[in-house]
Design a binder for this molecule. Sequence first.
Ligand code: FAD
Length: 475
Amino acid sequence: MDVIAELTSLIGADAVLTAPSDLDAVTEDWRGRYRGPALCLARPANAGQVADVVRCCAKHGVPVLPQGGNTSLCGGAVPSETGPAPVILSLTRLRAIRAIDPVNNTMEVEAGCVLATVQEAAAAAGRLYPVSLGAEGSCQIGGTIATNAGGTSVLRYGNTRENVLGLEVVLADGTVWSGLYGLRKNNTGYDLKHLFIGSEGTLGIITAATLKLHPLPTRHAVAWVGMASPEDALTLLTRVQGRSAARLSAFEMINRLQLDLVAGHVPGRRSPIESEADWHVLIELSDNGSGEALDAELQAILEDAFADGLLSDAALASSEAQRHAMWEVRHSVSEANKKAGVGLTTDCAVPLSAVPAFIAAATAAVRALVPDLPVIVVAHLGDGNVHFIPFFTFDAWEAAASGDRDALAAALRHAVNDEAARLKGTFSAEHGVGRVQLAEMARYKPPAELALMRAVKQALDPQNIFNPGRLLPPG
Ligand code: FAD
């Protein structure tokens, strides 16, 4: 029996899809930049069936590519053009919210639950699942764990890694490892869940998770601020931290070009302030206290900053609708950039104090390669993560890269990432490595770290069936 026939007998004909119309959406990435052939799309309904698929693929020597919401920004969730075509294993049917324990502040969910659904279920129980990002309406919990997603609330609540207490994982031999602990303390040897968090589907298939919940904020204050420079934004961040550290839940920064692209390309989005400022910051305070709103606290900080010449314009959201509208602008950046042209997204993080120097140095470095090149900056400033994006309109990309687009893109990425490395930063802060950052892994990762990673991969997936050609560079 061939692999497709055997999979069909294991999980049913309606769960093994081979028609081009079924494969199109899962073999191309969110931006439409990367695609590759798949043998089939397998849609198991539970962890047992995931294990059946893995065992069958291992027997036939066929690679398995786990896929969640397919929102990866680094080509991690779709097949390569070359090499053996994989079985794409979709987690979409594993979407039960198994339990919420508001006393233990945990919830157990299956990997295919959409992130927004998990947030809503937690909120309905009076709790917060804090991981939040622009793709939350379509990315899955399993995908966010596999990539250790960051997003906009890392400065207060940490990355996904800090919000996962336990995992259920299907291993390369088909074993289902049930490590769904809901414990804050558990020193029983190696903490195995951390191997799988951020492993991008190369070590096992995450089928369920125990998530850490937090008190649901009852009060919010959100402001949109126009500023002259990243230096000023950093000074403002330090001031907010000095006065409201416990309530600061987001501090995001974008540059003028990014704001203009959102306003110009995403219907219904416009700048929350009338301002010529080159840099724009979104600040959120939140807590679960009662009484006076937090607005007065944020307003006082902004008034002082204004008096000191730190900011040029600011608007405080005066309603839930305005707060939502400000966040919608911030969450629309990836959609705007996809529609506007070709942005070569980088994913650097540097120490907070080095962010302004990084932005200046990266701008100079890319413009040494392509004079006057527009650059987009989207920064989770509160945690030092800067998406520095050399940007081409579609026409400019055609013209500029008539020679060799891949070489130009690689040179620009290296130019940016070299500056991050020089400032003791990283080239990959939250999106993962996927296939786009493989060359950077080879370039920046110390050989000893790569050797350790290969040893882990060899131990957990000796046949190399999980996501081959991702995360670990050849060699
Ligand atoms: P996929 O894209 O399907 O997969 C991602 C990787 O994880 C792949 O390697 C895949 O093989 C693997 N994988 C998926 N599910 C599993 C599983 N169950 N078990 C094992 N491996 C699995 N990221 C951030 O960190 N911060 C942001 O602010 C952010 N904003 C974004 C905004 C937009 C508009 C978009 C499109 C993406 C954004 N991202 C951001 C990228 C981010 O990595 C993803 O949105 C999300 O974490 C991936 O989830 P997914 O379910 O779509 O996974």
